[in-house]
Design a protein. Structure first.
Length: 250
């Protein structure tokens, strides 16, 4: 259960899984703050939450910048009086095999998924440990620590890093009262799970065979796992990496 009024910061909250997570936390009574680079996308999430009777705010921030991640946390606390739960969900994918990848692609994928998660956690933990603790959920992937797929090496290396970073941070900071876990989705219903040139129909056909459950995850199915692991009912889960992938890595 989420305590109504708790303040939840969600990076990458302007679309996809991040937007669905914002909506799920807001319907549980939380105040949600969404962060990302595109203010229009963030405003879209804020509108949806408010239309449903929830409380939401947006902060434009790039998680690859330490200045931005520090400001993102400070502004959340300043405007809403605290930070109780953080969901580090901002991410980008790129398809390129090792030998054909350029350094810019590698750097962008590692900076956003891995360094962005670390920078966000650094400032979230910095606040939470001075204010009685909190909860952090990092969005990793079933690609990474749990599964490898040719053609996605930078993304897989970055997400394996997120899984490992989550477990290490969890052990480092549980004594500060900060409970840190990861959720690792499988293919979810956003453009990120489309292969280059693939339509949604092509994806449905591919996943009907490739995924034991026979379909893509809805963004709500991932968001519900995030809300659950952040809540009191999962209070003894520390450094867990919850794979939500329809059986692919079972
Ligand atoms: N969809 C899947 O099948 C799947 C599977 C496993 C894991 N995941 C993970 O789930 C998370 C959400 O993905 P999604 O599928 O919902 O894709 P998405 O809609 O593209 O969401 C990614 C979000 O991250 C934000 N973002 C990207 N770079 C950023 C940066 N430098 N600073 C701040 N925000 C940034 C984007 O907003 P801006 O561009 O406006 O900044 C966007 O809102 C990602 O971490 C992804 O790796 C997705």
């Amino acid at each position: 259960m989420i305590t109504p009024g708790e303040v939840v910061l969600i990076t990458g909250g302007g679309s996809g899984i991040g937007r669905a997570t914002a909506q799920a936390f807001a319907s549980a009574g939380a105040t949600v703050v969404v962060a990302g680079r595109n203010p229009d996308a963030l405003a879209g999430t804020v509108d949806l939450v408010r239309q449903a009777g929830g409380t939401a705010d947006a902060i434009t921030a790039d998680v690859t910048s330490e200045e931005d991640t520090a400001r993102m946390v400070a502004t959340t606390v300043e405007r809403h009086g605290g930070l109780h739960i953080a969901v580090n969900n901002a991410g980008v994918a790129a398809a390129a095999p090792v030998a054909d990848m350029d350094l810019d692609t590698w750097t962008r994928v590692l900076d956003t998924n891995l360094t962005g998660t670390w920078l966000s956690m650094k400032h979230e933990i910095g606040h939470m440990r001075r204010h009685g603790g909190g909860v952090i959920v990092n969005i990793a992937s079933n690609l990474g620590a749990h599964r490898r797929l040719p053609g996605f090496s930078a993304y897989i290396a970055a997400k394996a890093g997120v899984s490992a970073l989550t477990r290490t941070a969890a052990r480092e900071h549980i004594a500060d009262g900060i409970r840190i876990n990861a959720v690792s989705p499988g293919s979810s219903d956003t453009p990120m799970s489309l292969r280059p040139g693939e339509t949604e129909e092509d994806r449905a056909e591919r996943l009907r065979v490739a995924v034991p459950i026979g379909r893509v995850a809805t963004v709500d199915e991932i968001a519900n796992a995030v809300v659950w692991i952040a809540g009191d009912q999962a209070g003894y889960l520390v450094g867990h990496d919850l794979v939500v992938d329809g059986g692919v890595t079972a």
